[in-house]
Ligand binder design. Structure first.
Ligand SMILES: C[S@@+](CC[C@H](N)C(=O)[O-])C[C@H]1O[C@@H](n2cnc3c(N)ncnc32)[C@H](O)[C@@H]1O
Length: 273
């Protein structure tokens, strides 16, 4: 039996308060677990709340922290689903399933760990969405790429992702300035053989910056770009507008300069040693 009255729509102030509580609650439930920082978590959460994607994709799950932030925003939106993909063999403690269940968000996320690389998952998705004439029907409104950081892998990933992104959809790339030189403990997946060892420029130059500048920014379907805090690259697929490029910061300039200074000192120390 109905209640006989319609519940009042929540006031804007209440809605804002609720959203802040949801963000606080997901941040508390993933506190201390790598990798997404609370600052980027808030940034991504706000993006999902304002753009309201129905289908979201994440490449690079790890423990599921970023997945939890995205899923919390979808939950607050009242609709939407996230597929998050990692290596077949990826094993994390806590697992993404545990992290998402702990945050009460497992129902918003499908965790995929079937292949050696997300690129094979993307290949299968394109295959399933394509007709005989080569038309691929896009299905995602948002993609967060936070995986290999390698030119060979992510250079292909962004091309495949574009095919699956709807017009108006956003691609977010993390770690634009990441280098193997700054992360010497990481061996590039699949890059040892048959491609051979990294050359000096492959070791010292940021692969993702090249992916963003040379592939994403020059792709005819991506027309709006934001470089944020020198670390994140946003690209919107829009086939109906002029190309736009923005530089943005969500942090005080002093913090950005200090981070850049720290990076340069680390680099020159390594060169000196
Ligand atoms: C930095 S972690 C992801 C962190 C996660 N997005 C977060 O913020 O909580 C990068 C992840 O990408 C995965 N990865 C790297 N290259 C990959 C590839 N080619 N295919 C699938 N997963 C990959 C790694 O196994 C790792 O779990």
């Amino acid at each position: 039996m109905g209640l006989g009255y319609a519940p009042a729509a929540p006031s804007r102030a209440w809605a804002c308060q609720d959203a802040a509580m949801e963000l606080e609650s997901v941040a508390a439930s993933v506190a201390g677990i790598p990798f997404m920082t609370p600052d980027l978590g808030r940034r991504v959460y706000e993006h999902i709340r304002s753009t309201r994607p129905e289908q979201a994709l994440e490449l690079g799950t790890a423990h599921g922290v970023s997945a939890a932030y995205i899923a919390a925003a979808l939950e607050a939106n009242g609709s939407g689903h996230l597929i998050t993909v990692d290596h077949g063999g990826a094993a994390y403690a806590p697992s993404p399933e545990e992290v998402l269940a702990g945050a009460g968000l497992a129902h918003r996320v499908t965790v995929v760990r079937e292949h050696s690389s997300y690129n094979w998952f993307l290949k299968q998705q394109i295959e399933a969405a394509s007709d005989a004439a080569g038309n691929c029907s896009p299905m995602y409104d948002f993609c967060y790429l936070d995986g290999s950081k390698n030119w060979n892998i992510d250079g292909l990933a962004v091309v495949l992702v574009e095919k699956l992104l709807r017009s108006g959809g956003w691609l977010l790339m993390d770690d634009i300035e990441w280098t193997y030189e700054d992360n010497p403990w990481i061996v590039p997946d699949g890059d040892g053989r048959p491609l051979g060892p990294l050359s000096d420029s492959e070791r010292t130059q940021p692969h993702l910056r090249a992916v963003f500048e040379l592939i994403v920014k020059q792709h005819p379907s991506f027309t709006r770009f934001i470089r944020e805090d020198e670390w994140y690259g946003w690209a919107q697929k829009r086939t109906d507008g002029a190309r736009r490029y923005e530089l943005a910061t969500s942090r005080p300039l002093g913090t950005l300069l200090a981070a850049e200074l720290r990076r340069r000192v680390r680099r020159s120390r390594r060169k000196g040693s």
